[in-house]
Ligand binder design. Structure first.
Ligand code: GLV
Ligand code: MN
Ligand code: MN
Length: 409
């Protein structure tokens, strides 16, 4: 397998310059999907793609593609990630995959390599799903999981729709967002969990991604004065939230071995120190690599929501807004990653991802897999997210070798 040289200094300069866009005081970035900072980040990527002689196209979902022709026509080798961030998120999540892909193309340019198959870098819209739910919306439409109108109608907490915001930032492109023939897809990403660091390993070949369920839940009770209202006369929406939050923790301890569950967002009305909460809206995120475990957990949590509402005299609504199945990556692509790691002489393990990734949807339309590099202290979705630069460079070398191998087979 080829061991093309990548230029670590060039990559790092770009990484640092890129992360000045939307930089936060505490060393993170604030570039949620379709924000002004996300637009500036997109503009920067497009400028660098064009400078690297990539032909840029934008599709109807604002997914960005940079294409490099091969000596043959035919389906391209696609690789990339995302550049939208969490609110006050980290600098590495998604960015290493996109700028790493660009560095791979630059390295091929430097070495005068022309591949047989065309290459394309993909930058997917709204991977994070933090401003517009569900997540992985750009790759989801591209892979025919969601239709375009559904995606355009997704609305943030301020009432802005995805479609309007995409237009506002100038990234509603012409290219149809629909499945097309691809030779394969690779994505390099930070692990976002503790395993690689605990094992002292620089790399993982990723075998699949946890399945997951996202739910929006609301409880409706009665506002009243916090002083004179006796405890037995209350209909407190917050009690529903706390009962269900405890139930999520209990269910994760008793259902399957890898089930994780989070109540990550709570809104309360009127949210005042001396008023009994009248309304609560909150989210539940449940994940496991076993789809039947996710299904059972969803059923159990729905029963808990009903029981909590009955105990406190609340009305409730519960909507599952997304279900993604766990689906192992393509064995051939996993082995290509393993061979690429071995050809570079690195140690590695095989891992399943707890975090969601666009590669999961891509794997439904073309053979796909991922490369993980370690996350220091297993921290992600936080400003302090960090990955050692040597590990990012190792991942980029492996990405280069895997892409080259698939582009010449
Ligand atoms: C995406 O970052 C997710 O796993 O929620
Ligand atoms: Mn990510
Ligand atoms: Mn993320």
């Amino acid at each position: 397998m080829s061991t093309v040289q990548i230029d670590g200094a060039r990559f790092r300069d770009r990484f640092d310059a890129f992360n000045e866009i939307g930089a936060t005081e505490n060393g993170g970035v604030n570039r949620p999907a379709l924000s002004d900072a996300n637009r500036a980040a997109r503009d920067q990527v497009v400028e660098w793609f064009e400078a690297a002689d990539l032909t840029v196209s934008i599709d109807e979902m604002g997914n960005i593609f940079g294409r490099r022709e091969g000596t043959q026509d035919g389906p391209p080798v696609l690789f990339g990630s995302h550049i939208d961030s969490q609110y006050n998120g980290g600098r590495f999540d998604g960015v290493v995959g996109v700028l790493g892909a660009l560095e791979v193309v630059e390295a091929f340019n430097d070495a005068g390599i022309t591949t047989d198959r065309p290459l394309e870098i993909a930058v997917w819209s709204n991977e994070e799903g933090v401003r517009f739910q569900p997540d992985m919306l750009g790759s989801g439409v591209f892979c025919d999981v969601f239709d375009l109108e559904y995606a355009y109608s997704r609305t943030d907490k301020d009432g802005h729709t995805f479609g309007d915001e995409l237009e506002r930032i100038g990234y509603k492109g012409d290219r149809p967002c629909e499945p097309r023939e691809l030779h394969c897809y690779f994505e390099m990403h930070v692990e976002q969990g503790p395993f690689l660091e605990q094992e002292g390993l620089p790399l993982a070949a990723v075998e699949g991604v946890f399945g997951f369920s996202w739910m929006n839940v609301s409880f409706e009770g009665q506002a009243n004065h916090a002083g004179p209202t006796p405890m037995n006369m209350r209909k407190d929406a917050m009690i529903g939230v706390s009962d269900v939050t405890r139930a999520v923790r209990r269910i994760t301890a008793t259902e399957g071995t890898d089930l994780v569950g989070t109540v990550g967002s709570v809104d309360l009305w009127p949210n005042a120190i001396n008023v009994i909460p009248e309304r609560a809206e909150f989210t539940i995120d449940l994940r496991s690599y076993d789809n039947s475990v996710v299904e059972t957990a969803v059923q159990r949590i729905q029963d808990e929501i009903e029981a909590a509402a009955a105990r406190e005299g609340l009305a409730y609504e519960c909507e599952e807004i997304m279900r993604v199945d766990a689906d192992p990556f393509d064995q051939g692509c996993i082995e290509t990653v393993v061979e690429a790691i071995e050809s570079r002489g690195y140690e590695y393990t095989r891992l399943v991802s707890g975090a969601g990734h666009d590669a999961n949807y891509l794997n439904t339309i073309c053979p796909s897999s991922m490369i993980f590099v370690p996350s220091v202290d297993g921290i992600s979705h936080r400003e302090s997210e960090f990955t050692e630069w040597d590990d990012i460079l190792a991942g980029t070398e492996v990405l280069a070798s895997a892409v080259l191998s698939k582009a010449t087979e």
